[in-house]
Design a protein around this ligand. Structure first.
Ligand SMILES: Nc1ncnc2c1ncn2[C@@H]1O[C@H](COP(=O)(O)OP(=O)(O)OP(=O)(O)O)[C@@H](O)[C@H]1O
Ligand SMILES: [Mg+2]
Length: 279
């Protein structure tokens, strides 16, 4: 039996696959029989819309009420059940919620105290939080609440710079107070160009070397039976998204389902296992 775990899917760079990874990992974990809560802390509300909760995005009550000390709205008043997992939706007012967190004393602790702590290990085995591409009180709140991070990373220089920024401006400062762990760095949307080799080598030479899962390592370039390292660029991801479905539901035969399962393993195990160390 694995211990319950909360994980933020985060990188301060837009369009790298945070929402895609959050939704699909939540679904893979739920397919194993776990109770999973997906929390959407991005004002864009992409995860919320992807699971068909447009009405909640503009609804009357939202997470801002849950974390407001003067309001008795609880998480159950805003959590919605979907077929695969439960969802705490984003809301168009999340900007205002972010300001209220910024202005409150220890505001960044509220998501932890009012959402994750009461639910994790009681009602949910896993809480997966989708975050915005910006550093701010909301993404800080998410990291503080989950203390675990999964980083989807495109094999591009801007993505790598985003990881560097997140590390120096957010993770390292928070880590002086809390043990926040990067569970995995997940190369995403690879299609096989030379820039990818260069960027992947750079990750393999960085402090995140041992955070790459086996399927995300350069060695996969040379394995004739492998589609190549990382989560590959597959049109099925976009089509699944368009239909409001996780990939494994839209196309159970997709070769990327296995890799999403490997990411779910990382969440289950609390990190990457079986990493070969340099001799
Ligand atoms: N492996 C992949 N193959 C093909 N398309 C992908 C893949 N991963 C993500 N996408 C597509 O890329 C786009 C951006 O992905 P996504 O919205 O998950 O990124 P994000 O990091 O959450 O973006 P934002 O920073 O805006 O929240 C989406 O259209 C998604 O369908
Ligand atoms: Mg997103």
């Amino acid at each position: 039996m694995h211990e319950p775990r909360a994980v933020s899917v985060a990188l301060q760079k837009g369009g790298v696959g945070k929402t895609t990874l959050a939704v699909n990992v939540a679904e893979r974990l739920s397919s194993r029989g776990y109770d999973v809560l997906l929390v959407d802390l991005d004002q864009q509300g992409n995860a919320t819309r992807a699971v068909g909760l447009e009405d909640a995005y503009t609804g009357e009550t939202h997470i801002g009420h849950v974390i407001d000390d003067e309001d008795d709205t609880g998480p159950h008043d805003v959590i919605r059940e979907r077929e695969w997992f439960d969802v705490l939706p984003a809301h168009e007012q999340l900007d205002a919620v972010e300001s209220s967190i910024r202005n409150a004393t220890f505001g960044e602790l509220r998501v932890k105290h009012d959402v994750v702590e009461p639910l994790l290990g009681t009602e949910y085995d896993y809480v997966i939080v989708d975050t915005a591409p910006t550093i701010g009180p909301l993404s800080d709140s998410s990291l503080v609440a989950t203390q675990n991070v999964l980083v989807p990373l495109l094999m591009s220089q801007p993505s790598l710079s985003g990881l560097d920024r997140m590390t120096t401006q957010q993770l390292d400062p928070l880590r002086r107070e809390l043990p926040i762990d990067v569970l995995g760095v997940i190369p995403n949307r690879l299609e096989g160009d030379n820039e990818e080799r260069r960027v992947l080598s750079a990750v393999e030479a960085s402090r995140f070397r041992d955070r790459l899962p086996a399927f995300g390592r350069s060695r996969e370039f040379d394995d004739p039976d492998s589609p190549g390292p990382g989560i590959r660029k597959r049109v099925a991801f976009r089509r699944a998204w368009r239909d409001g479905l996780p990939l494994a539901v839209y196309d159970p035969d997709s070769d990327m389902v296995e890799r999403l399962d490997a990411v779910a393993d990382i969440v289950e195990n609390g990190g990457v296992e079986d990493v070969e160390h340099d001799a």
